[in-house]
Design a protein around this ligand. Structure first.
Ligand code: C2O
Ligand code: CU
Ligand code: CU
Length: 511
Protein backbone atom coordinates (compact mmCIF):
# COMPACT_ATOMS: atom_id res chain seq x y z
CA UNK A 1 0.00 0.00 0.00
CA UNK A 2 1.46 3.29 -1.03
CA UNK A 3 0.44 6.33 0.94
CA UNK A 4 0.98 9.84 -0.25
CA UNK A 5 3.78 10.19 2.31
CA UNK A 6 5.52 7.07 1.06
CA UNK A 7 5.05 8.22 -2.50
CA UNK A 8 6.95 11.38 -1.68
CA UNK A 9 9.62 9.27 -0.06
CA UNK A 10 9.94 6.92 -3.02
CA UNK A 11 10.34 9.80 -5.38
CA UNK A 12 12.92 11.20 -3.07
CA UNK A 13 12.00 14.77 -3.89
CA UNK A 14 9.09 16.12 -1.95
CA UNK A 15 8.77 19.23 -4.04
CA UNK A 16 8.09 17.20 -7.16
CA UNK A 17 4.61 16.32 -6.03
CA UNK A 18 3.40 19.86 -5.65
CA UNK A 19 3.47 22.18 -8.59
CA UNK A 20 1.78 25.52 -8.67
CA UNK A 21 -0.17 24.60 -5.61
CA UNK A 22 -1.68 21.48 -7.17
CA UNK A 23 -0.43 18.09 -6.16
CA UNK A 24 0.81 16.21 -9.19
CA UNK A 25 -0.81 12.95 -8.34
CA UNK A 26 -0.10 11.18 -11.57
CA UNK A 27 3.57 10.56 -10.94
CA UNK A 28 4.03 6.82 -10.77
CA UNK A 29 5.29 5.58 -7.45
CA UNK A 30 8.03 3.03 -7.90
CA UNK A 31 9.26 1.12 -5.00
CA UNK A 32 12.19 -1.23 -5.41
CA UNK A 33 10.95 -3.01 -2.32
CA UNK A 34 7.48 -3.88 -3.61
CA UNK A 35 7.41 -7.62 -4.18
CA UNK A 36 7.09 -8.78 -7.76
CA UNK A 37 4.05 -10.78 -8.79
CA UNK A 38 3.54 -13.25 -11.59
CA UNK A 39 1.67 -11.59 -14.42
CA UNK A 40 -1.98 -12.67 -14.37
CA UNK A 41 -3.23 -13.92 -17.72
CA UNK A 42 -6.97 -13.33 -18.21
CA UNK A 43 -8.84 -16.56 -18.95
CA UNK A 44 -10.03 -17.03 -22.51
CA UNK A 45 -13.63 -17.38 -23.55
CA UNK A 46 -14.25 -18.94 -26.94
CA UNK A 47 -18.03 -19.14 -26.64
CA UNK A 48 -20.29 -22.09 -27.28
CA UNK A 49 -21.62 -22.92 -30.70
CA UNK A 50 -25.32 -23.25 -31.25
CA UNK A 51 -27.11 -23.13 -34.61
CA UNK A 52 -24.13 -21.55 -36.34
CA UNK A 53 -23.66 -18.82 -33.73
CA UNK A 54 -20.95 -18.52 -31.07
CA UNK A 55 -22.60 -17.57 -27.77
CA UNK A 56 -20.75 -15.76 -25.00
CA UNK A 57 -22.16 -15.25 -21.52
CA UNK A 58 -20.81 -12.12 -19.92
CA UNK A 59 -21.82 -11.49 -16.34
CA UNK A 60 -21.06 -7.98 -15.14
CA UNK A 61 -20.50 -8.13 -11.42
CA UNK A 62 -19.14 -6.37 -8.39
CA UNK A 63 -16.29 -8.03 -6.53
CA UNK A 64 -13.20 -7.49 -4.54
CA UNK A 65 -9.55 -7.75 -5.57
CA UNK A 66 -6.23 -7.91 -3.78
CA UNK A 67 -3.83 -5.44 -5.36
CA UNK A 68 -2.22 -4.26 -2.16
CA UNK A 69 -0.52 -6.52 0.34
CA UNK A 70 -2.95 -5.99 3.17
CA UNK A 71 -6.08 -4.37 1.83
CA UNK A 72 -8.91 -5.41 -0.47
CA UNK A 73 -10.16 -3.19 -3.25
CA UNK A 74 -13.83 -3.16 -4.24
CA UNK A 75 -13.81 -3.69 -8.00
CA UNK A 76 -16.02 -4.51 -10.96
CA UNK A 77 -15.45 -7.28 -13.45
CA UNK A 78 -16.92 -9.47 -16.13
CA UNK A 79 -17.16 -13.15 -15.10
CA UNK A 80 -14.70 -12.28 -12.35
CA UNK A 81 -13.65 -9.66 -9.85
CA UNK A 82 -11.62 -7.35 -12.04
CA UNK A 83 -11.48 -6.97 -15.84
CA UNK A 84 -13.00 -9.68 -18.00
CA UNK A 85 -12.01 -12.78 -19.96
CA UNK A 86 -10.23 -12.47 -23.28
CA UNK A 87 -12.89 -13.15 -25.88
CA UNK A 88 -11.70 -15.21 -28.87
CA UNK A 89 -13.55 -14.59 -32.10
CA UNK A 90 -12.83 -16.07 -35.49
CA UNK A 91 -13.15 -13.85 -38.51
CA UNK A 92 -16.51 -14.56 -40.20
CA UNK A 93 -18.02 -16.00 -37.00
CA UNK A 94 -21.51 -14.97 -36.04
CA UNK A 95 -21.40 -14.01 -32.39
CA UNK A 96 -24.06 -13.44 -29.73
CA UNK A 97 -22.80 -11.66 -26.64
CA UNK A 98 -25.19 -11.99 -23.73
CA UNK A 99 -24.45 -9.22 -21.25
CA UNK A 100 -26.14 -9.78 -17.93
CA UNK A 101 -25.91 -6.90 -15.54
CA UNK A 102 -25.44 -8.01 -11.96
CA UNK A 103 -24.62 -4.52 -10.74
CA UNK A 104 -26.91 -2.21 -8.82
CA UNK A 105 -26.45 0.43 -11.54
CA UNK A 106 -26.96 0.51 -15.30
CA UNK A 107 -24.02 -0.23 -17.56
CA UNK A 108 -23.12 -1.05 -21.16
CA UNK A 109 -20.46 -3.11 -22.89
CA UNK A 110 -19.03 -1.70 -26.11
CA UNK A 111 -17.06 -3.78 -28.64
CA UNK A 112 -14.29 -1.35 -29.44
CA UNK A 113 -13.01 -1.41 -33.00
CA UNK A 114 -15.74 -3.58 -34.55
CA UNK A 115 -17.68 -2.90 -37.71
CA UNK A 116 -21.28 -3.71 -36.76
CA UNK A 117 -24.80 -2.31 -36.72
CA UNK A 118 -25.11 0.65 -34.35
CA UNK A 119 -27.80 -1.16 -32.35
CA UNK A 120 -25.25 -3.89 -31.45
CA UNK A 121 -22.44 -1.48 -30.57
CA UNK A 122 -22.92 -1.34 -26.80
CA UNK A 123 -22.60 2.42 -26.75
CA UNK A 124 -24.48 4.90 -24.56
CA UNK A 125 -27.83 3.99 -26.14
CA UNK A 126 -27.61 0.26 -25.41
CA UNK A 127 -28.04 0.54 -21.67
CA UNK A 128 -28.30 -2.70 -19.70
CA UNK A 129 -30.42 -2.09 -16.63
CA UNK A 130 -29.58 -3.92 -13.39
CA UNK A 131 -30.85 -7.47 -13.41
CA UNK A 132 -31.44 -7.55 -17.14
CA UNK A 133 -29.68 -9.18 -20.08
CA UNK A 134 -28.84 -7.44 -23.33
CA UNK A 135 -27.64 -9.43 -26.31
CA UNK A 136 -25.44 -8.06 -29.07
CA UNK A 137 -25.40 -10.03 -32.30
CA UNK A 138 -23.08 -9.40 -35.19
CA UNK A 139 -20.82 -10.98 -37.77
CA UNK A 140 -17.12 -10.66 -37.10
CA UNK A 141 -15.79 -9.01 -40.23
CA UNK A 142 -12.54 -7.72 -38.73
CA UNK A 143 -9.12 -8.96 -39.72
CA UNK A 144 -7.13 -10.87 -37.13
CA UNK A 145 -6.09 -8.47 -34.42
CA UNK A 146 -6.38 -7.19 -30.88
CA UNK A 147 -9.55 -5.38 -29.85
CA UNK A 148 -11.28 -4.74 -26.56
CA UNK A 149 -14.56 -4.23 -24.79
CA UNK A 150 -15.45 -1.82 -22.04
CA UNK A 151 -18.25 0.10 -20.36
CA UNK A 152 -19.57 2.97 -22.43
CA UNK A 153 -22.17 4.15 -19.93
CA UNK A 154 -23.13 7.76 -20.53
CA UNK A 155 -21.25 10.03 -18.10
CA UNK A 156 -19.93 6.95 -16.29
CA UNK A 157 -17.52 5.25 -18.67
CA UNK A 158 -14.54 6.63 -16.78
CA UNK A 159 -15.74 5.46 -13.40
CA UNK A 160 -16.87 2.01 -14.55
CA UNK A 161 -13.77 1.26 -16.61
CA UNK A 162 -11.63 2.47 -13.73
CA UNK A 163 -13.29 -0.04 -11.45
CA UNK A 164 -12.62 -2.85 -13.91
CA UNK A 165 -15.18 -3.07 -16.70
CA UNK A 166 -12.87 -3.85 -19.60
CA UNK A 167 -11.37 -6.85 -21.34
CA UNK A 168 -9.48 -7.90 -24.46
CA UNK A 169 -10.88 -9.39 -27.65
CA UNK A 170 -8.65 -11.35 -30.01
CA UNK A 171 -9.81 -12.01 -33.54
CA UNK A 172 -8.20 -14.92 -35.33
CA UNK A 173 -8.29 -15.78 -38.98
CA UNK A 174 -8.63 -19.48 -39.59
CA UNK A 175 -6.39 -19.37 -42.61
CA UNK A 176 -3.68 -17.27 -40.99
CA UNK A 177 -0.44 -18.56 -42.39
CA UNK A 178 2.15 -16.11 -41.07
CA UNK A 179 4.47 -17.60 -38.47
CA UNK A 180 3.73 -15.53 -35.38
CA UNK A 181 3.77 -16.65 -31.76
CA UNK A 182 0.23 -17.82 -31.01
CA UNK A 183 0.23 -19.81 -27.80
CA UNK A 184 -1.88 -17.69 -25.48
CA UNK A 185 -0.16 -16.84 -22.21
CA UNK A 186 3.05 -18.57 -23.32
CA UNK A 187 4.44 -16.65 -26.27
CA UNK A 188 1.33 -14.66 -27.20
CA UNK A 189 0.62 -12.47 -24.21
CA UNK A 190 -2.17 -10.01 -23.41
CA UNK A 191 -0.72 -6.87 -21.81
CA UNK A 192 -3.54 -4.68 -20.51
CA UNK A 193 -1.90 -1.59 -19.06
CA UNK A 194 -3.71 0.62 -16.56
CA UNK A 195 -2.77 3.10 -13.86
CA UNK A 196 -4.69 3.37 -10.64
CA UNK A 197 -4.76 5.53 -7.54
CA UNK A 198 -5.37 3.80 -4.23
CA UNK A 199 -6.54 5.13 -0.94
CA UNK A 200 -4.84 3.92 2.22
CA UNK A 201 -7.69 1.47 2.85
CA UNK A 202 -7.19 -0.15 -0.56
CA UNK A 203 -10.14 1.44 -2.35
CA UNK A 204 -9.63 3.06 -5.72
CA UNK A 205 -9.73 6.82 -5.58
CA UNK A 206 -11.44 8.34 -8.55
CA UNK A 207 -11.52 12.01 -9.51
CA UNK A 208 -10.56 13.46 -6.17
CA UNK A 209 -8.16 16.10 -7.46
CA UNK A 210 -8.49 19.14 -9.66
CA UNK A 211 -6.15 17.89 -12.37
CA UNK A 212 -8.20 14.71 -12.81
CA UNK A 213 -10.86 16.91 -14.39
CA UNK A 214 -8.39 18.55 -16.74
CA UNK A 215 -5.88 15.93 -17.91
CA UNK A 216 -8.07 12.96 -17.00
CA UNK A 217 -7.73 10.38 -14.27
CA UNK A 218 -4.19 9.16 -13.76
CA UNK A 219 -2.94 6.96 -10.96
CA UNK A 220 0.39 6.24 -9.29
CA UNK A 221 0.29 2.46 -9.48
CA UNK A 222 0.65 0.58 -12.75
CA UNK A 223 -1.39 -2.58 -13.22
CA UNK A 224 -0.86 -5.05 -16.04
CA UNK A 225 -3.80 -7.45 -16.40
CA UNK A 226 -4.64 -6.32 -12.88
CA UNK A 227 -1.20 -7.32 -11.51
CA UNK A 228 0.91 -4.87 -9.52
CA UNK A 229 4.66 -4.97 -10.24
CA UNK A 230 4.30 -7.88 -12.66
CA UNK A 231 6.86 -10.38 -13.95
CA UNK A 232 6.40 -12.59 -16.95
CA UNK A 233 8.54 -15.67 -17.27
CA UNK A 234 9.36 -16.29 -20.92
CA UNK A 235 10.15 -19.72 -22.32
CA UNK A 236 10.57 -18.77 -25.97
CA UNK A 237 13.00 -16.65 -27.93
CA UNK A 238 10.31 -14.42 -29.40
CA UNK A 239 7.35 -13.20 -27.44
CA UNK A 240 4.37 -11.39 -28.88
CA UNK A 241 2.97 -8.74 -26.56
CA UNK A 242 -0.55 -7.55 -27.30
CA UNK A 243 -0.33 -4.10 -25.78
CA UNK A 244 -3.67 -2.53 -24.89
CA UNK A 245 -3.71 0.85 -23.23
CA UNK A 246 -6.83 0.42 -21.11
CA UNK A 247 -6.00 3.33 -18.84
CA UNK A 248 -8.47 6.15 -18.44
CA UNK A 249 -6.17 8.95 -19.51
CA UNK A 250 -2.47 8.14 -19.48
CA UNK A 251 -0.38 7.86 -22.65
CA UNK A 252 2.56 5.48 -22.53
CA UNK A 253 5.80 5.57 -24.46
CA UNK A 254 6.80 1.93 -24.36
CA UNK A 255 10.46 0.93 -24.58
CA UNK A 256 12.68 -1.89 -23.37
CA UNK A 257 14.93 -1.07 -20.46
CA UNK A 258 18.15 -1.60 -22.43
CA UNK A 259 16.73 0.30 -25.39
CA UNK A 260 16.88 -2.76 -27.65
CA UNK A 261 14.89 -2.90 -30.81
CA UNK A 262 11.49 -4.55 -30.96
CA UNK A 263 9.06 -4.94 -33.83
CA UNK A 264 5.53 -3.65 -34.09
CA UNK A 265 3.50 -6.15 -36.11
CA UNK A 266 -0.06 -4.91 -35.66
CA UNK A 267 -1.98 -1.73 -34.95
CA UNK A 268 -5.59 -1.26 -33.75
CA UNK A 269 -7.30 -3.05 -36.62
CA UNK A 270 -4.87 -5.83 -37.47
CA UNK A 271 -1.48 -6.69 -38.91
CA UNK A 272 0.85 -4.15 -40.44
CA UNK A 273 2.27 -4.94 -43.84
CA UNK A 274 5.50 -6.02 -42.17
CA UNK A 275 7.29 -5.85 -38.82
CA UNK A 276 8.33 -2.26 -38.05
CA UNK A 277 11.57 -2.03 -36.05
CA UNK A 278 11.30 0.50 -33.24
CA UNK A 279 12.86 1.43 -29.92
CA UNK A 280 9.94 3.46 -28.55
CA UNK A 281 6.23 3.18 -29.17
CA UNK A 282 3.68 5.74 -28.11
CA UNK A 283 0.25 4.39 -27.26
CA UNK A 284 -2.64 6.56 -26.11
CA UNK A 285 -5.76 5.35 -24.38
CA UNK A 286 -7.61 2.66 -26.37
CA UNK A 287 -4.81 2.18 -28.91
CA UNK A 288 -3.42 -1.31 -29.36
CA UNK A 289 -0.13 -2.51 -30.73
CA UNK A 290 1.23 -6.01 -31.05
CA UNK A 291 4.98 -6.19 -30.71
CA UNK A 292 7.58 -8.94 -31.03
CA UNK A 293 10.41 -8.90 -28.52
CA UNK A 294 13.46 -11.11 -28.92
CA UNK A 295 14.94 -12.43 -25.69
CA UNK A 296 18.24 -14.06 -24.78
CA UNK A 297 18.32 -17.03 -22.46
CA UNK A 298 18.62 -16.24 -18.78
CA UNK A 299 18.28 -12.48 -19.09
CA UNK A 300 15.91 -10.02 -17.51
CA UNK A 301 14.67 -7.00 -19.40
CA UNK A 302 11.84 -4.65 -18.55
CA UNK A 303 9.08 -3.12 -20.57
CA UNK A 304 9.22 0.46 -19.35
CA UNK A 305 7.63 3.82 -19.91
CA UNK A 306 10.07 6.33 -21.27
CA UNK A 307 9.81 9.94 -20.19
CA UNK A 308 8.87 12.37 -22.93
CA UNK A 309 10.35 15.84 -22.88
CA UNK A 310 7.52 18.32 -22.90
CA UNK A 311 7.46 20.93 -25.60
CA UNK A 312 4.81 22.89 -23.77
CA UNK A 313 5.91 26.50 -23.27
CA UNK A 314 6.69 27.53 -19.74
CA UNK A 315 4.11 29.91 -18.36
CA UNK A 316 3.55 30.67 -14.74
CA UNK A 317 0.61 28.79 -13.35
CA UNK A 318 -0.70 25.34 -12.67
CA UNK A 319 -1.98 24.59 -16.16
CA UNK A 320 1.36 25.12 -17.81
CA UNK A 321 3.12 23.03 -15.21
CA UNK A 322 0.55 20.29 -15.43
CA UNK A 323 1.05 20.06 -19.18
CA UNK A 324 4.83 20.18 -18.89
CA UNK A 325 4.90 17.38 -16.33
CA UNK A 326 2.35 15.20 -18.07
CA UNK A 327 4.45 12.35 -19.42
CA UNK A 328 7.84 13.41 -18.16
CA UNK A 329 8.54 10.39 -15.98
CA UNK A 330 10.30 7.05 -16.45
CA UNK A 331 8.82 4.00 -14.78
CA UNK A 332 8.69 0.21 -15.10
CA UNK A 333 5.67 -1.59 -16.50
CA UNK A 334 6.46 -5.29 -16.86
CA UNK A 335 9.54 -7.38 -16.08
CA UNK A 336 10.36 -10.01 -18.70
CA UNK A 337 12.42 -12.85 -17.27
CA UNK A 338 13.80 -15.33 -19.75
CA UNK A 339 14.32 -18.92 -18.69
CA UNK A 340 17.82 -20.36 -18.99
CA UNK A 341 16.73 -22.31 -22.09
CA UNK A 342 14.49 -20.72 -24.69
CA UNK A 343 12.53 -22.51 -27.37
CA UNK A 344 13.22 -21.25 -30.88
CA UNK A 345 9.58 -20.60 -31.63
CA UNK A 346 9.61 -18.48 -34.77
CA UNK A 347 11.78 -16.76 -37.33
CA UNK A 348 11.07 -13.05 -37.64
CA UNK A 349 8.81 -12.74 -40.69
CA UNK A 350 9.77 -10.29 -43.41
CA UNK A 351 6.26 -9.36 -44.37
CA UNK A 352 2.86 -9.98 -42.83
CA UNK A 353 -0.02 -8.91 -45.01
CA UNK A 354 -0.93 -6.52 -47.74
CA UNK A 355 -2.96 -3.52 -46.75
CA UNK A 356 -5.26 -1.89 -49.23
CA UNK A 357 -4.74 1.86 -48.84
CA UNK A 358 -7.98 3.80 -49.20
CA UNK A 359 -7.40 6.27 -52.03
CA UNK A 360 -7.87 9.89 -51.06
CA UNK A 361 -9.64 10.46 -54.36
CA UNK A 362 -12.44 8.10 -53.30
CA UNK A 363 -13.58 10.52 -50.63
CA UNK A 364 -16.66 12.55 -51.47
CA UNK A 365 -16.83 14.60 -48.29
CA UNK A 366 -14.37 16.21 -45.91
CA UNK A 367 -15.66 16.86 -42.41
CA UNK A 368 -13.85 18.95 -39.87
CA UNK A 369 -13.69 18.25 -36.17
CA UNK A 370 -12.04 20.66 -33.81
CA UNK A 371 -11.15 19.36 -30.39
CA UNK A 372 -11.00 21.90 -27.65
CA UNK A 373 -10.92 22.22 -23.92
CA UNK A 374 -13.39 24.96 -23.19
CA UNK A 375 -12.18 27.93 -21.29
CA UNK A 376 -13.22 28.73 -17.79
CA UNK A 377 -12.90 27.05 -14.45
CA UNK A 378 -16.40 25.68 -14.35
CA UNK A 379 -17.25 22.22 -13.20
CA UNK A 380 -18.58 21.12 -16.55
CA UNK A 381 -21.68 19.65 -15.03
CA UNK A 382 -24.13 21.33 -17.38
CA UNK A 383 -24.45 20.12 -20.92
CA UNK A 384 -26.01 21.08 -24.20
CA UNK A 385 -25.02 22.54 -27.49
CA UNK A 386 -23.41 25.81 -28.29
CA UNK A 387 -20.79 28.13 -26.99
CA UNK A 388 -21.15 30.92 -24.55
CA UNK A 389 -21.30 31.36 -20.86
CA UNK A 390 -23.27 28.22 -20.25
CA UNK A 391 -20.32 26.28 -21.55
CA UNK A 392 -17.73 28.33 -19.78
CA UNK A 393 -16.53 31.69 -20.86
CA UNK A 394 -13.70 32.60 -18.53
CA UNK A 395 -9.96 32.54 -19.04
CA UNK A 396 -7.60 29.60 -19.27
CA UNK A 397 -8.22 26.00 -20.26
CA UNK A 398 -9.72 24.11 -17.44
CA UNK A 399 -12.67 23.14 -15.43
CA UNK A 400 -13.95 20.32 -17.53
CA UNK A 401 -15.53 21.78 -20.65
CA UNK A 402 -14.48 19.46 -23.41
CA UNK A 403 -15.90 20.22 -26.81
CA UNK A 404 -15.91 18.97 -30.37
CA UNK A 405 -16.74 21.70 -32.85
CA UNK A 406 -17.81 23.84 -29.94
CA UNK A 407 -20.45 21.42 -28.73
CA UNK A 408 -20.84 19.06 -25.86
CA UNK A 409 -22.28 15.59 -26.39
CA UNK A 410 -26.06 15.46 -26.11
CA UNK A 411 -27.73 12.07 -26.46
CA UNK A 412 -30.70 13.48 -28.36
CA UNK A 413 -28.61 15.41 -30.88
CA UNK A 414 -27.18 13.86 -34.06
CA UNK A 415 -24.07 15.80 -34.99
CA UNK A 416 -23.34 14.26 -38.38
CA UNK A 417 -25.32 12.40 -41.02
CA UNK A 418 -23.33 10.24 -43.40
CA UNK A 419 -24.44 8.58 -46.58
CA UNK A 420 -24.12 4.80 -46.76
CA UNK A 421 -21.40 3.46 -49.06
CA UNK A 422 -19.37 6.62 -49.13
CA UNK A 423 -15.78 7.33 -48.22
CA UNK A 424 -15.01 10.42 -46.16
CA UNK A 425 -12.00 12.33 -44.98
CA UNK A 426 -12.20 13.60 -41.44
CA UNK A 427 -9.88 16.43 -40.62
CA UNK A 428 -9.13 16.55 -36.91
CA UNK A 429 -7.62 19.62 -35.31
CA UNK A 430 -6.76 20.33 -31.72
CA UNK A 431 -6.49 23.83 -30.33
CA UNK A 432 -6.15 22.71 -26.73
CA UNK A 433 -2.89 22.38 -24.78
CA UNK A 434 -2.88 18.57 -24.68
CA UNK A 435 -3.17 15.56 -26.99
CA UNK A 436 -6.56 13.88 -27.43
CA UNK A 437 -6.91 10.30 -28.73
CA UNK A 438 -9.81 10.52 -31.21
CA UNK A 439 -11.86 7.35 -31.67
CA UNK A 440 -14.53 6.60 -34.27
CA UNK A 441 -17.03 3.78 -33.83
CA UNK A 442 -18.17 1.53 -36.67
CA UNK A 443 -14.85 0.10 -37.69
CA UNK A 444 -11.42 0.97 -38.90
CA UNK A 445 -9.96 3.95 -40.71
CA UNK A 446 -6.56 4.90 -42.10
CA UNK A 447 -4.36 7.90 -41.46
CA UNK A 448 -3.65 10.13 -44.41
CA UNK A 449 -1.32 12.59 -42.76
CA UNK A 450 -0.34 14.61 -39.72
CA UNK A 451 0.26 18.27 -40.44
CA UNK A 452 0.57 17.31 -44.09
CA UNK A 453 3.27 14.70 -43.45
CA UNK A 454 2.66 11.02 -44.21
CA UNK A 455 2.34 8.92 -41.04
CA UNK A 456 5.19 6.69 -39.83
CA UNK A 457 5.20 3.01 -40.89
CA UNK A 458 3.53 1.80 -37.70
CA UNK A 459 0.55 4.07 -38.36
CA UNK A 460 0.07 2.90 -41.95
CA UNK A 461 -2.25 0.08 -40.96
CA UNK A 462 -5.88 0.00 -39.81
CA UNK A 463 -6.69 2.25 -36.88
CA UNK A 464 -9.74 3.15 -34.84
CA UNK A 465 -8.12 5.61 -32.45
CA UNK A 466 -5.62 8.26 -33.44
CA UNK A 467 -3.58 10.68 -31.39
CA UNK A 468 -4.23 14.30 -32.25
CA UNK A 469 -1.50 16.35 -30.61
CA UNK A 470 -1.87 19.90 -29.43
CA UNK A 471 -1.88 22.14 -32.50
CA UNK A 472 -1.91 19.17 -34.87
CA UNK A 473 -4.05 18.61 -37.94
CA UNK A 474 -4.62 14.91 -38.59
CA UNK A 475 -6.51 13.61 -41.60
CA UNK A 476 -8.13 10.18 -41.55
CA UNK A 477 -10.06 8.37 -44.26
CA UNK A 478 -12.91 5.96 -43.62
CA UNK A 479 -15.56 4.00 -45.53
CA UNK A 480 -19.12 3.80 -44.24
CA UNK A 481 -20.55 0.53 -45.50
CA UNK A 482 -23.03 -2.25 -44.73
CA UNK A 483 -25.12 -0.76 -41.93
CA UNK A 484 -27.48 2.16 -42.03
CA UNK A 485 -30.03 3.25 -39.48
CA UNK A 486 -31.29 6.82 -39.17
CA UNK A 487 -32.37 6.17 -35.59
CA UNK A 488 -29.29 4.55 -34.11
CA UNK A 489 -26.16 6.65 -33.91
CA UNK A 490 -22.51 5.68 -33.59
CA UNK A 491 -20.14 7.69 -31.42
CA UNK A 492 -16.92 9.52 -32.07
CA UNK A 493 -15.04 10.88 -29.12
CA UNK A 494 -11.88 11.59 -27.25
CA UNK A 495 -10.92 8.34 -25.52
CA UNK A 496 -9.58 10.06 -22.43
CA UNK A 497 -12.58 8.81 -20.52
CA UNK A 498 -12.92 11.87 -18.31
CA UNK A 499 -13.03 14.04 -21.42
CA UNK A 500 -15.60 11.75 -23.04
CA UNK A 501 -17.74 11.76 -19.90
CA UNK A 502 -17.57 15.56 -19.81
CA UNK A 503 -18.80 16.18 -23.31
CA UNK A 504 -15.99 15.47 -25.79
CA UNK A 505 -18.13 13.11 -27.83
CA UNK A 506 -20.51 13.36 -30.77
CA UNK A 507 -22.92 11.14 -32.67
CA UNK A 508 -23.25 10.21 -36.32
CA UNK A 509 -25.80 8.21 -38.21
CA UNK A 510 -25.29 6.40 -41.50
CA UNK A 511 -28.33 6.62 -43.77
CU1 C2O B 1 -13.49 2.41 -26.71
CU2 C2O B 1 -16.49 4.80 -27.81
O1 C2O B 1 -15.03 3.55 -27.24
CU1 CU C 1 -15.30 2.21 -29.70
CU1 CU D 1 -9.34 14.49 -24.64
Amino acid sequence: MITRRQLVKHLGVGSLVTLGGFPVSYLVAQSPTTPQNTLAIPPQLAGTASAGVQHFNLHVQAGSSRFMENADTPTLGINGNYLGPTLRFNRNDKVALHVDNGLAEPTTLHWHGFHLPATEDGGPHQVVEPGTVWTARFDVVQFAGTFWYHSHMMDKSGEQVYQGLAGMIIVDEPEQSYPLPNVYGVDDIPVIVQDRRFDDDGTFRYMNLYEDMVVGMRGETILVNGTVNPVFEASTRFIRLRLLNASNARTYTFALSDRRQFYQIASDGGLLSGPVPMTTLELAVAERAEILVELRAGEEVKLVNEAVQSGFPEFPGAMSQMMRELDAQNFDILTLRAQSQLADNIVLPESLTSIYRLPEAAATTTRRFQLSMGSGMRSGEDRGPGRGNRNGGGGGHGGGNFLINGRRMAEDFINETIELNTTEIWELTNNSPMMHPFHVHNGQFQLLDRNGVAPPANEMGWKDTVRVGSGERVRIIMRFTDFSNAEAPYMYHCHILEHEDRGMMGQFVVV
